[in-house]
Design a protein around this ligand. Structure first.
Ligand SMILES: [Zn+2]
Length: 271
């Protein structure tokens, strides 16, 4: 496993298959929704060998989109110590970007001192790396994820979502309502009112923003409308590592359909 958390395989395969998106019809809409008439940001950009910080900043300028950079902390990832985090912050502070982290494992923040964590503009976390009852993790974004019993899976998934939304330091909930490939087509059936309302209530309680995810086309219009009604805030995210940074299609479409305004968007304070 050279890079256990890379989602490039997922992205590539999903685009090829065209089958795992919650709302695939939007891929085939005749016209793209326009850029919304308010400041737009992509708070889910990863630097990589195919995307330098300079390139990310330039793409943001070209597309008139503010950029937020995230990196994964923890074992197997580049940021493991206070020294790593300090260097990450100092390097990015010289660029016109917001600086975030995207932790993967619960409890990650214990490895860092609070004064350094306080210098981050935001923390974005998803609930796609489920702890297994027998140890280890299940990365449900991987294309070969198996689901034997969807109700049992949803129960487990909801438990982990609850854990992330109630116990983790988090500003933005990423990839909300994403479902693994084998059950993606049952999206509207499995995301019952009770389940989506639970997520909305938990996010509301801690003022956690909801990411509208460009890659996975989640959450769907029904969820976004309900979350907006509950006064939740939103962010747009490409989860990109290349020239797709700051390039939005689904997010703009949802902004238009759900009537999002500047007041609905979450903007982390620059520190
Ligand atoms: Zn990411």
């Amino acid at each position: 496993m050279s890079h256990p958390y890379s989602r490039r395989t997922f992205i590539h395969t999903s685009v090829m298959a065209g089958a795992v998106l919650a709302a695939p019809r939007h891929l085939f809409a005749a016209t793209a929704a326009p850029k919304p008439p308010f400041p737009v940001a992509d708070y889910h950009v990863h630097l990589s060998p195919t995307l330098s910080i300079e390139q990310a900043v330039n793409l943001g300028k070209q597309r008139q989109v503010q950029i937020g950079i995230v990196e994964h902390p923890g074992p197997g990832f580049p940021i493991n110590t206070d020294a790593d985090l300090k260097q990450y912050l100092e390097r990015l502070r010289t660029y016109p970007v917001r600086i975030g982290l995207q932790p993967v494992y619960a409890g990650w923040s214990k490895s860092f001192s609070k004064t350094l964590l306080d210098q981050l503009d935001y923390v974005l976390m998803d609930a796609l790396t489920l702890p297994r009852p027998d140890g280890g993790w299940l990365a449900i974004w991987q294309i070969d994820t198996m689901v034997d019993d969807e109700e049992e899976f949803m129960t487990r998934y909801m438990q982990f979502i609850e854990q992330v939304l109630t116990t983790e330091p988090i500003d933005i909930f990423a990839w909300p309502t994403f479902l693994p490939v084998p059950i993606a087509r049952q999206y509207s059936q499995l995301w019952t009112h009770q389940r989506t309302q639970r997520i909305i209530d938990l996010a509301h309680a801690r003022k956690i923003a909801i990411e509208i995810n460009e890659v996975a086309h989640v959450p769907d219009e029904t969820f976004i409308t309900a979350a907006k009604r509950a006064a939740l805030k939103f962010t747009f995210g490409t989860d990109s590592r290349n020239q797709n940074a700051a390039h939005f299609y689904y997010c703009y479409q949802m902004a238009q359909k759900c009537g999002l305004t500047e007041a609905d968007m979450f903007v982390p304070k620059k520190k």
